[in-house]
Design a protein around this ligand. Sequence first.
Ligand SMILES: N[C@@H](CCC(=O)N[C@@H](CS)C(=O)NCC(=O)O)C(=O)O
Length: 228
Amino acid sequence: MAAPEFELVIGDKNWSSWSLRPWLLMRQAGIPFQETSIRLRSPDTKSQILVHSPTGFVPALKWRGVVIGDSLAICETIADLFPGKKLWPKDALARALARSACSEMHSGFQAIRRDMPMAVLERHNGEGHTEEALASARRVIELWRALRGRFGRQATEDQGFLFGHFTVADAMFAPVVTRFETYGVNLGALGDDGMVRAYMDAILTLPSMRDWIAGAEAEEKEKAAATA
Ligand SMILES: N[C@@H](CCC(=O)N[C@@H](CS)C(=O)NCC(=O)O)C(=O)O
């Protein structure tokens, strides 16, 4: 079999929220890729990443002799290369709002990132619930409800995602879904009427999401065995 056209360089599956996004998008879209994993939080992390990407950050997509750095740029590239996979909504207005949501996620919600860092295998109920993080969480919940209500639920083939079928927007928010689980965020207290809980379940039960979590478990076992 020919080697896959794409190589995706990622960090530890327990922690690397940025890596989860393009990984999930490519897996959901059924696009084959070679996975290269770099251990984060190690003395040689930076030098290991620099072997693959001049940015010094993961994720990085290696394709046709170039490196595409940054999770959103990778998702955009994949959506662009595979229009048949419908990774953006078809309708221009829906697409504009999908892009707006992705950008808001990409450049914002700093308090959630800082106070509730991704740790898919861990449970820290009630931790990280700072005023700022909860204000950001409330905004995320408002956004998800607005998109599900206006687009997802109205889609002819609603599969439970923000715009009905799985898009880049769902990939971009998947790490936040895991954070809300890890830190036991009280969705109802922040404005959910059940719609957000159902959306989060749609993400968490995706076979590719389960594969990511299983991969995180395998990595952690490997790391524990190496240090035992
Ligand atoms: N904006 C970038 C951020 C990427 C990023 O910060 N990645 C972290 C891991 S999740 C990293 O590579 N850290 C390198 C290091 O720890 O030296 C993206 O969206 O891809």
